[in-house]
Design a protein around this ligand. Structure first.
Ligand code: ZN
Length: 274
């Protein structure tokens, strides 16, 4: 696995703190691409911490890219999946209801969707996997059919209702409502940024942090025969329509059948199972 972090720093801030030849500059923004073992990674962390104490930030944004070998894909017991295609309006804007009465924490981690997912018919993407801006996962009929034909177990698919069409469920799309539980191991790094890993102040809400910062590490699931999984823990924060959501994983068997059938719309990453 190769992991590269990218930090974007305003050029005037970069010039004051790091060598002129570090990273690439567009004149206004300096982009620093570094692995964790690069000494510059630690330097960025130190400067960031120092500046955060003064209420400022060193980098304005960051992202991470992990690339894996074919062998890593083919030998992983479980693989993390995330829909690439994001669309709106979200379920809540189309009449989907959520119950948050059980929450002591206001992060939205304990919110429960009550009833079917309502969406705008014209907004549904043709991709096999997609999600709303609020993180509701939608799959095509091909996915549901393939899951049944291949005997993939663990997923609960729910009807997608078209907003304003009465009780008229979609024949082309389903919601991936639930899946067999798997526990996220604490070796998985989560936090605001690679240098700000303050854990979420959890009051039984099951939220471990805002962003995923490393490859996913999960415990061997109790039901090792299942093919569709979701973590018992959630990641994310309440921001507008967004709520923390569990991570989704699939078995090697499911991965192979997805590849054979050329299902589209997913980012797939091998997970570590311990
Ligand atoms: Zn919470």
């Amino acid at each position: 696995m190769k992991e590269v972090f990218e930090f974007r720093v305003a050029e005037d801030v970069a010039r004051a703190r790091i060598p002129p030849d570090a990273g690439r500059s567009t004149g206004l923004v300096r982009t620093l691409s570094v692995s964790r073992t690069d000494p510059l990674f630690e330097t960025i962390g130190q400067i960031d911490e120092e500046m955060r104490h003064g209420g400022r930030a060193f980098f304005t944004s960051w992202s991470v890219k992990r690339t894996y070998t074919k062998q890593e894909f083919e030998s992983a017991d479980l693989l993390l999946i995330s829909p690439q295609r994001v669309f709106e309006p979200a379920g809540e804007e189309c009449g989907t209801s959520y119950d948050e009465r059980n929450s002591e924490c206001n992060c939205g981690g304990k919110a429960v969707q009550t009833g079917d997912l309502f969406l705008e018919k014209s907004s549904l993407p043709s991709a096999d996997f997609s999600k709303t801006i609020a993180g509701e996962v939608v799959v095509s009929k091909r996915v549901v059919d393939l899951s049944e034909e291949e005997g993939l177990t663990g997923a609960v698919f729910g009807a997608v209702q078209y907003a304003g069409h009465g009780n008229d469920p979609s024949a082309s799309h389903w919601q991936l409502v639930d899946a067999t539980r798997v526990d996220l191991d604490s070796a998985t790094e989560v936090g605001e940024s690679p240098f700000d890993k303050a854990p979420h102040d959890k009051r039984g809400c099951g939220v471990v942090g805002i962003n995923l910062l490393s490859q996913v590490v999960v415990r061997q699931p109790a039901d090792g025969q299942a093919d569709w999984f979701r973590t018992a823990q959630k990641i994310g924060a309440r921001r507008g329509l967004l709520r923390p959501r569990p991570l989704l994983l699939i078995s090697q068997k499911a991965y192979r059948s997805f590849c054979r059938s050329k299902l589209n719309g997913l980012t797939i990453e091998p997970a570590v199972t311990i």
